[in-house]
Design a protein around this ligand. Structure first.
Ligand code: F6P
Length: 546
């Protein structure tokens, strides 16, 4: 049994280093070391990470890197890439990296090379997406299928939704893509009310093919299609992506129209598989493969680069530093790119479903903090919503700013204003504004002594608030692949340090199960075996619905 990480020498060193270092001002560290930015900037091709605006010095990094030795990170990375069953609670390999193994080197699970199957499905995605895009695979009435509807939830929705939005510049202009995830009937209605059944292709995406939201939404969509075009049309308008052929057949989709993936691909790690079919349909296979190439470049970097220069490892260690030593529980991701506005939403599942765990791999309750609350949104929008708290609130929120240097829409000077804002935020958070500076500004603005005394405290910014700036040359399928793989590996490293299984999600099960108990009670039967609040709420909702 491994020793708990918080009992390790590296952890103890970090704890005492924190006590000594916690009041250190980043401003002073920059003043002391003119090469600080250079020293704390990493690069992989067109992706740059400047992590100099963090509350770290060279000792911090040295001790954090020691943590990676304590947990045998190198060996754990190799175990993942080579198909070991590192998803311990489910006894599964974790091979999203094999989905973008562009070198096609063999990867074995239970003695079987998984690459031929992966390549076979990639070929099927290519031929199907091209047939639809070029109008060879037509709808039941002979019309080109130009409306794609992805029906799925969680990992069967968030990746494709985020990527199709992020890569809108690469999407076919005569096609539209829609996503139905929520069980709320409005989600179906909002999409179906806009569409012509003759031109609509539904992709039902569910790893298990038992998820109630997806199956209910798929049934509603199927009925909508059958009402318009008849039962025979289903074969031309419905395809499935799943690991469960039996349930797909039961649902009434011919398994010839099913794209397979495997239990070594976790839902939230699956957009590289056939789960990304809607992405391939919208951006074309060539671009889909570029996205795989970008992720593959990050995989190679992650697997082979010394940890002190390793982008995902450094990001993970910084998160551990803030989470476990500063006691910070949140992390914001702010892309300065309108098309990346759903990236934080995607990362919420990736990070929080992976590392929101409180039992370690030794089956013991954990006594240190794991996981972080991830949130965010597109800059500059969020500057006008929650940034007040980030600049002057009582809690510190470390941020990743994601900044594409070139925009696909260089209209007027929009992009320069956007970039200026992105870069200014990190600077403002780090430098802050002293009361002396605030007084000088107020004086210059002609304020009276009373006004200055009234306002100076409110105009002061403590600063010393950390951020990473991730610059990419431009948002492309390739750089999107790099970015997403970078976060996947960050989450992986943190899971290893915290000694948790980042690849199960048992925490989502209890609520689902209780909903199945409540459903018949809402329909008529009397509530049984609930606490009094839940019983009252069931009765209240029932009476309001009468
Ligand atoms: O919410 C839990 C979860 O199992 C996610 O991990 C998954 O991405 C989602 O539900 C959808 O599951 P499925 O693809 O099996 O429908």
């Amino acid at each position: 049994m491994n020793k708990s990480i918080n009992k390790s020498t590296a952890w103890k060193k970090l704890a005492s280093h924190y006590r000594w270092h916690k009041n250190e001002q980043m401003k002073d560290l920059f003043a002391k070391d003119p090469k600080r930015a250079e020293k704390y900037t990493l690069q992989l091709e067109d992706l740059y990470l400047d992590y100099s605006k963090n509350r770290i010095d060279s000792k911090t990094i040295r001790y954090l890197l020691k943590l990676t030795q304590e947990v045998n990170l190198k060996q754990k990375i190799e175990a993942m890439f080579s198909g070991a069953k590192i998803n311990q609670t489910e006894n599964r390999a974790v091979l999203h990296t094999a989905l973008r193994n562009r070198q096609n080197t063999p990867v074995f699970v239970d003695g079987k090379n998984v690459m031929p199957e992966i390549n076979h499905v990639l070929l099927r995605i290519k031929s199907f997406s091209e047939a639809v895009r070029f109008g060879k695979f037509k709808g039941a009435t002979g019309k080109k299928l130009t409306n794609i509807v992805n029906i799925g939830i969680g990992g069967s929705d968030l990746g494709p939704f985020m990527a199709v939005t992020a890569l809108k510049e690469y999407c076919s202009k005569d096609m539209t893509c829609h996503f139905i995830s929520n069980i709320d009937g409005s989600a179906c209605d909002d999409v179906l009310s806009k569409l012509d059944p003759e031109k609509t292709l539904f992709i039902v995406v569910s790893k298990t093919f038992t998820t109630i939201e997806t199956l209910t939404n798929a049934k509603t969509c199927r009925q909508w299609l059958v009402d318009a075009l008849g039962e025979d049309a289903v074969a031309k308008h419905f395809v499935a992506v799943s690991t469960n052929a039996e349930e797909v057949a039961k649902f009434g989709i011919n398994t010839d129209n099913m794209f397979e993936f495997w239990d070594f691909v976790g839902g939230r790690y699956s957009m590289w598989s056939a789960v990304g079919l809607s992405i391939a349909l919208m951006i074309g296979m060539e671009n889909f493969e570029k996205m795989l190439d970008g992720a593959n470049a990050m995989d190679i970097h992650f697997r082979n680069t010394d940890f002190k220069e390793n982008i995902p490892v450094i990001l993970a260690l910084l998160g551990v530093w803030y989470n476990n030593f500063f006691g910070i529980k949140t992390h914001a991701v702010i892309p300065y790119d309108q098309d990346l506005r759903f990236l934080p939403k995607y990362l919420q599942q990736l990070d929080m479903e992976s590392n929101g765990k409180s039992v370690d791999l030794n089956k013991k309750f954990i006594k240190y903090s794991t996981g972080q609350v991830i949130f965010g949104g597109a800059g500059t929008d969020v500057q006008h919503s929650f940034f007040q708290l980030i600049h002057q609130g009582t809690q510190i929120v470390p941020i990743d700013f994601i900044v594409p240097a070139i925009s696909h829409n260089e209209i007027g000077n929009h992009h320069e204003i956007l970039l200026a804002n992105a870069l200014a935020q990190g600077e403002a958070l780090m430098t802050g504004k002293t009361t002396k500076q605030a007084v000088a500004e107020l004086t210059k603005a002609g304020k009276s002594k009373e006004e200055i005394s009234q306002l100076k405290a409110y105009k002061t910014f403590q600063g010393n608030r950390p951020s990473n700036t991730i610059v990419i040359k431009q948002l492309t399928p390739y750089t999107l692949g790099m970015l997403v793989a970078m976060y996947e590996h960050k989450v992986f490293v943190q899971g290893i340090i915290w000694n948790i299984d980042s690849f199960d999600q048992m925490g989502v099960e209890l609520g689902k199960k209780l909903a199945l108990n409540i459903l018949p009670e809402l329909k008529g039967s009397s509530p049984v075996s609930h606490d009094s609040s839940t019983t009252n709420l069931i009765n209240l909702v029932k009476s309001l619905r009468k």
